[in-house]
Design a protein around this ligand. Structure first.
Ligand SMILES: Cc1cc2nc3c(=O)[nH]c(=O)nc-3n(C[C@H](O)[C@H](O)[C@H](O)COP(=O)(O)OP(=O)(O)OC[C@H]3O[C@@H](n4cnc5c(N)ncnc54)[C@H](O)[C@@H]3O)c2cc1C
Length: 162
C-alpha cells in the first residue's frame, strides 16, 4: 500500500529515478508494482473527452499529447495505436485507461548492492541507548549510521542520521 509521487526515469537498464528508488525499499521479489503515468488525472475521462472532440484522431496522436511518443509506442501495440478513437471498443478504451493510470509491472530484479544507496536491516535499535547509541549488551560498544536497522527515505535522511 505504500506509494510515492516522484519523478520516474527510464534508463537503458530499466526503471529508475526517485519514485523507483523509494519504492524499492518496500518491494519484495515477485511482487508487482503499479505506476500511475498520468497522476492526478483520469485517463478514462481524457480518452472519452478526446473521443467526443476528435473521434477520427488516432490513439497514437491522442496519447502522445500526454506522454512521450516513444513511451507510448513501447506501451501499446502499433496496430492499436493506429486505430482512430472511434474505432476502439468500450472495453479497449477501459483497458488503455487502466494501463495509463495503473500500469502494473513485475520487476525482474534490482541492481543489488552494486548501486544500492541504502540497506535494510542491521543492529536492532531496541538494543541501543537512544541517548548515547551505546549497546545495552556490551558496555563501550557504540553503533550509528548504515550498520543500524534504520533506513531513511530519499532526501538526505541517511546522511543526517549517520
Ligand atoms: C551511491 C550512493 C548515494 C547515496 N546518496 C545519499 C543521499 O543523497 N542522501 C543520504 O542521506 N544518503 C545517501 N546515501 C547513503 C549514505 O551514504 C549512507 O547511509 C551513509 O554514508 C552511511 O554512513 P556510515 O558512516 O554509517 O557508513 P559508511 O559511509 O558506509 O562508512 C563505513 C566505513 O567503514 C569502512 N569499513 C568497513 N569495514 C571496515 C573494517 N573492517 N575496518 C575498517 N573500516 C571499515 C568503510 O570503508 C567505510 O568507509 C547514498 C549511498 C550511496 C552508496
Amino acid at each position: 500500500g505504500t506509494q510515492f509521487s516522484e519523478a520516474l526515469l527510464f534508463t537503458h537498464r530499466g526503471l529508475s529515478g526517485p519514485a523507483i528508488l523509494q519504492i524499492s525499499n518496500y518491494w519484495q521479489a515477485g511482487q508487482s508494482i503499479s505506476i500511475n503515468l498520468l497522476p492526478n488525472e483520469s485517463a478514462k475521462d481524457k480518452i472519452e473527452l478526446a473521443l467526443a472532440n476528435h473521434p477520427k484522431q488516432s490513439l497514437r496522436n491522442t496519447i502522445s499529447q500526454w506522454l512521450p511518443k516513444r513511451l507510448v509506442e513501447a506501451l501499446f501495440e502499433a496496430a492499436l495505436l493506429d486505430k482512430a478513437l472511434n474505432q476502439l471498443g468500450h472495453g479497449e478504451r477501459e483497458q488503455i485507461a487502466q494501463d495509463l493510470n495503473e500500469w502494473s509491472i513485475v520487476m525482474n530484479g534490482t541492481e543489488g548492492y552494486r548501486t544500492a544507496e541504502v540497506t535494510l536491516g542491521g543492529v536492532d535499535t531496541n538494543e541501543l541507548s537512544s541517548k548515547t547509541m551505546q549497546s545495552s549488551k556490551v558496555t563501550g560498544l557504540y553503533f550509528i549510521g548504515e550498520v543500524m536497522d534504520v533506513s531513511g527515505w530519499l532526501g538526505g535522511f541517511n546522511f543526517q542520521w549517520a
